[in-house]
Design a protein around this ligand. Structure first.
Ligand SMILES: Cc1cc2nc3c(=O)[nH]c(=O)nc-3n(C[C@H](O)[C@H](O)[C@H](O)COP(=O)(O)O)c2cc1C
Length: 145
């Protein structure tokens, strides 16, 4: 038994990893009993115009799994061109061309993640979980005695 669970998945061709969907569907009842959070990583979250698309992926995930996480985070991901084969590299460069300037298109991996947003999300989840579990942050930490 866990105190809380955070589930994360990325989007590939419009879908989250099947193993994650299966895990959540199979454990939905247990997840409903505890504080939970879900975060999604996609390219859609990296551009303002595609925010609705990213939100749509979350909606589908909730509909398909029947799980309603307490907190949801949506983050831009990364394109690790150096790890892709020829075809995948070509395909992703084409798909992401509006997001990549000339420099980035020709060199190396690209990260779109807003790490401040990730920090804010994790702080929010931690505060929520502490509230639900009735845990107060260690007040002795850093205080002079
Ligand atoms: C083959 C492939 C397909 C992708 N398809 C989509 C997509 O349909 N929509 C989207 O918003 N992002 C898409 N992305 C972007 C990924 O969600 C993003 O790169 C993420 O950081 C991938 O994380 P991972 O490499 O850990 O799976 C795709 C990326 C790859 C490599």
């Amino acid at each position: 038994m866990y105190d809380a669970v955070i589930v994360g998945a990325s989007i590939h061709v419009g879908k989250h990893q099947e193993a994650i969907r299966d895990f959540v569907s199979e454990n939905r009842d247990a997840l409903a009993e505890m504080p939970t959070a879900f975060f999604q990583v996609s390219l859609s979250s990296a551009s303002e115009e595609k925010r609705d698309e990213a939100a749509g992926y979350v909606e589908s995930f909730i509909t398909e799994t029947g799980w309603h996480p307490d907190r949801i985070g949506q983050f831009g991901g990364a394109l690790r061109f150096s790890e892709y084969g020829f075809l995948k590299r070509l395909m992703m460069k084409q798909i992401a061309k509006d997001l990549l300037d000339e420099e980035r298109r020709s060199h190396g991996d690209v990260e779109f993640t807003d790490w401040n947003a990730v920090d804010a999300f994790t702080s929010d989840v931690a505060a929520f979980v502490e509230g639900r579990l009735g845990v107060t942050p260690d007040s002795s930490e850093g205080s002079a005695t």
